[in-house]
Design a protein around this ligand. Structure first.
Ligand code: KIV
Length: 270
């Protein structure tokens, strides 16, 4: 692993990349060695995602993940991180009240996160504003929000109905006005992503949301072809095929995101 010191990636770096029309690469990570390899590959943002409930713990959703789980994996990631921006997910119900949001976001920031991520639109406006006013960078998460899986009823593409688009765009703008620094869009059609990205000035990150976002994110297990799903979602690309090593797969992911070679139309929802 490289010992060369690289400039830390801050929110300003991500804003500058957006301004320059350059894409940034993000991945989930839950442990130290993989984090270190991601930094060597040039990944700019690492999410300690509550997807760990599924890919590490073997649950069928992210709902069982606790604050202690995220804090443990955040520590592991921090130990391997050299220069990436580290974002930590606020798990299910950890921001159900304003007080919980303050307490738990503080724990994550003191645990070494550079920003925190919360799922929802209108429902997280107040929390976004409160945390932002206290100096905590918030990434809002719109589209498919896996913590609501029991209400949604399945991992379906959101926003397929054009009549829902105005609501998504209004929520995205309200989140930006409330102080969100980043917006993650999950599993929505390309056209809706384009409209949201056009309406905002903050950097956006996409997963299954097409090429228009400023950054792309993947669950690292998906990138490495480690899945227990019979039919993986179409936005997943296995970068470990064709005899690649893990290091070169990570590097190729970064190159493909930056050059626009990922995602291709075959990875997107119309
Ligand atoms: O927890 C997670 O992995 C996520 C993905 C959508 C990136 O939130």
């Amino acid at each position: 692993m490289s010992t060369e010191s690289k400039k830390p990636i801050s929110l300003q770096t991500l804003r500058d990349l957006k301004k320059a029309g350059k894409k940034f690469a993000a991945l989930t990570s839950y442990e130290s060695t993989m984090t270190s390899m991601m930094c060597d590959a040039g990944v700019e943002l690492i999410l300690v995602g509550d997807s760990l409930g599924m890919v590490i713990q073997g649950h069928d959703s992210t709902v069982p993940v606790s604050m202690e789980d995220i804090l443990y994996h955040l520590r592991c990631v921090k130990n391997g991180n050299s220069n990436a921006h580290v974002m930590a997910d606020m798990p299910f119900m950890s921001y159900a009240t304003e007080q919980l949001a303050y307490t738990n976001a503080t724990r994550l920031m003191q645990g070494g996160a550079n920003s925190i991520k919360v799922e929802g639109g209108e429902v997280i406006l107040k929390i976004t504003e409160l945390l932002a006013n206290k100096g905590i960078p918030v990434c809002a998460h719109l589209g498919l929000t896996p913590q609501s899986i029991n209400r949604i009823g399945g991992y379906f593409v959101q926003g397929r109905d054009p009549s829902s688009h105005d609501k998504f765009i209004a929520e995205a703008k309200d989140l930006e006005n409330a102080g969100a620094e980043l917006l993650l869009l999950e599993c929505i059609p390309i056209g809706l992503t384009e409209k949201i990205v056009d309406a905002l000035s903050i950097p956006t990150i996409g997963i299954g949301a097409g090429p228009a976002t400023d950054g792309q994110i993947m669950v690292v297990h998906d990138l490495l072809g480690i899945t227990c799903l019979d039919k993986p979602p179409k936005f997943i690309k296995n970068f470990l095929e064709n005899g690649e090593t893990i290091q070169s797969a990570l590097h190729n992911y970064v190159l493909d995101v930056k050059s626009g070679a990922y995602p291709l139309p075959e990875h997107c929802f119309e």
